[in-house]
Design a protein around this ligand. Structure first.
Ligand code: CS2
Length: 494
């Protein structure tokens, strides 16, 4: 096997079946800074931008920023930022080399360079995929002002660590230099993600001074967006297979599915690519799409992850092929669908049918443990929000609350039926401390609701706790089969 790398100079020699950027990358101008250059960004926004660049919209190259580790930069820098996107369905795979990431910065190595990129007048849009936990929300939804990184960034505005610190400082510098603010486009799985980030950033800026907070609140656009593409973590086997097909080494190809969706609120005062020409849906209000995606896709993903892990399934397709889990997911969807707006033109029948097909994609090997990470950050918008709305309509969210119980049971199973760090959560230390207290199911659920701030202050809290506690008791006593039996779902597995 060759050790030559995928790069500008080797890309022309790739097999004809591999699509390569057909544009002159040297002529592309950086117009977007992206915070959080993980696999998801590279399978989603970077691919859309690649299409824009190929169509001649050359002002929208991406400067990729990693807020934490240097891994992606180290893999991509020797490849001139090029990487392979492998689009996989159960029976086919197509390869495409993406060229939209022009350069990469690693924030902890050089925060000044990140601030310079953000302050560059050519930067008109800042996109983010930093994952739920990096928004540093407190249980009530506001900014976690006691978080050490927030404290650090307030004390060291020139050397930030958080997205909040970078955005606030660069917006302050742009303002001082009379450079128009960039538009901030959140692409994480949070409800009303633009408004959520705006609220957090304004709170953060207010701690630096009310003037900056007012400037951000009044002058900066935060369109919300719904992003969707399933992106399993790349494995060493994927690296070897893709490099074999390319004939040169790609140190970090990205695996994904054929489905891809991006719905974006059209509010870009500093300009934007003509995304609508490349499959992006531009709308006035993304709310209904976002709720449908969070509650039907992400909610069932978490369900499949925790129930799948407790049932011994390593991947989504395997878990979803179990008729009992499949039946549970149908029941979960039925509960969540009742919470979605009726008048927004959502076709939930078609949407869930598509989800079932996507979850059955056997080529993805999307690991249940990957989705299981960070449950405390994900369940509020995926499960608890629907459960609270259902309760206020007088209907018990029995299926929804089994997902919460399954999360707690899966956390308890770590170090026992599941490997110690099979998945992780920002609350792990506190969760481990609970585990040592050998609490009853009821006590454990109350403690976890308090820790994670689930349904905080909601009138529904106690009923939700009771439902989850009954489920957890059954999970502890008789596993997933016992919990399913109580819902009338027949399991064939022992
Ligand atoms: C998943 C999401 O890991 C997870 O929590 O539910 O990453 C999911 O695959 C994407 O949101 C799909 O668009």
């Amino acid at each position: 096997m060759t050790d030559r790398r995928l790069s500008n100079s080797t890309r022309q020699a790739l097999p004809a079946s591999v699509a390569v950027p057909g544009y002159d990358r040297n002529r592309v101008v950086p117009g977007i800074v992206h915070l959080g250059v993980g696999a998801f960004h590279r399978a989603h926004q970077a691919a859309y931008v690649d299409d824009c660049l190929a169509a001649g919209e050359t002002d929208w190259g991406i400067v990729g920023v990693s807020l934490r580790s240097a891994d992606t930069r180290d893999a991509l820098a020797p490849q001139d930022g090029l990487y392979t996107l492998a689009v996989r369905s159960s029976d086919s795979e197509s390869l495409r080399v993406v060229g939209s990431i022009l350069s990469m910065l690693v924030a902890p190595e050089d925060p000044g360079a990140v601030l310079a990129a953000l302050t560059d007048p050519r930067t008109a849009i800042v996109t983010l995929t930093i994952t739920e936990k990096a928004y540093l929300r407190a249980a009530g939804g506001g900014l976690d002002t006691a978080h050490p990184d927030i404290v650090h960034d307030l004390a060291n505005p020139q050397m930030p660590r958080t997205a909040h610190g970078f955005l606030a400082e660069s917006l302050a510098r742009r303002r001082a230099a009379s450079i128009q603010p960039f538009t901030v486009l959140c692409c994480d799985n949070l409800p009303a993600n633009g408004a959520t980030l705006r609220r957090l950033l304004v709170e953060f800026a207010a701690l630096r001074g009310t003037d900056l907070a007012r400037h951000i609140a009044d002058e900066v656009a935060f369109p919300s967006s719904m992003v969707d593409r399933i992106v399993p973590a790349t494995t060493d086997a994927d690296r070897a297979r893709i490099s074999g097909q390319l004939g040169v080494v790609d140190a970090w190809p990205v695996m994904t599915e054929p489905f891809c969706q991006w719905v974006v609120e059209d509010d870009f005062p500093a300009g934007r690519p003509a995304w609508e020409r490349f499959g992006v849906t531009m709308v006035g209000d993304v709310g209904p799409f976002e709720d449908m995606k969070l509650r039907l896709l992400n909610g069932s993903h978490s369900a499949i992850a925790y129930l799948g892990l407790l049932s011994g399934y390593e991947t989504v397709d395997r878990a979803f092929a179990d008729p009992a889990i499949r039946q549970f997911v149908d029941g979960l969807w039925a509960e969540a669908i009742t919470t979605l707006p009726k008048d927004a033109g959502l076709d939930t029948t078609d949407y869930t049918a598509q989800l079932a097909k996507r979850y059955s994609n056997t080529a993805l090997a999307h690991r249940t443990a990957q989705i299981a990470n960070d449950g405390s950050q994900k369940l509020p918008q995926r499960i608890i929000a629907s459960a609270m709305e259902r309760m206020s309509d007088g209907a018990p969210p029995a299926y929804l609350m089994l997902v919460v119980a399954a999360w707690i049971a899966a956390c308890e199973a770590r170090g026992k039926a599941l490997p110690e760090n099979h998945f992780t959560d920002p609350l792990d230390l506190a969760l481990a401390a609970l585990d040592t207290r050998h609490l009853s199911a009821g006590e454990a659920v109350v403690a976890v609701f308090d820790l994670a701030g689930f349904a905080k202050g909601g009138a529904e809290r106690l009923t939700l706790i009771d439902l989850a506690a009954a489920h957890l008791e059954r999970l502890r006593q008789g596993g997933v089969a016992a919990a399913f039996t109580a819902l009338g779902i027949v399991t064939k597995r022992p």
